[in-house]
Design a protein. Sequence first.
Length: 73
Amino acid sequence: MKAKVAERGQVTIPKALRERLGIVPGTVLDFIEEQGRLIAKKSESLDSVDQVFGTLGRGRNTDDVLQEIRGGK
């Protein structure tokens, strides 16, 4: 599979590869150069904020979530 590098250095990863490798929006990739080859590897995030980011669901504001957690009115 081939992809062309855009003017700003961006590359689109072909859909078949993204699906096979589980690369979704927000996936962090580490890039290394090895013997003239560019290698991208999925990064395992150990940051606790990254691990829970987005788990509260969309459409809920912070006040509602805190009220629910605290057993609000």
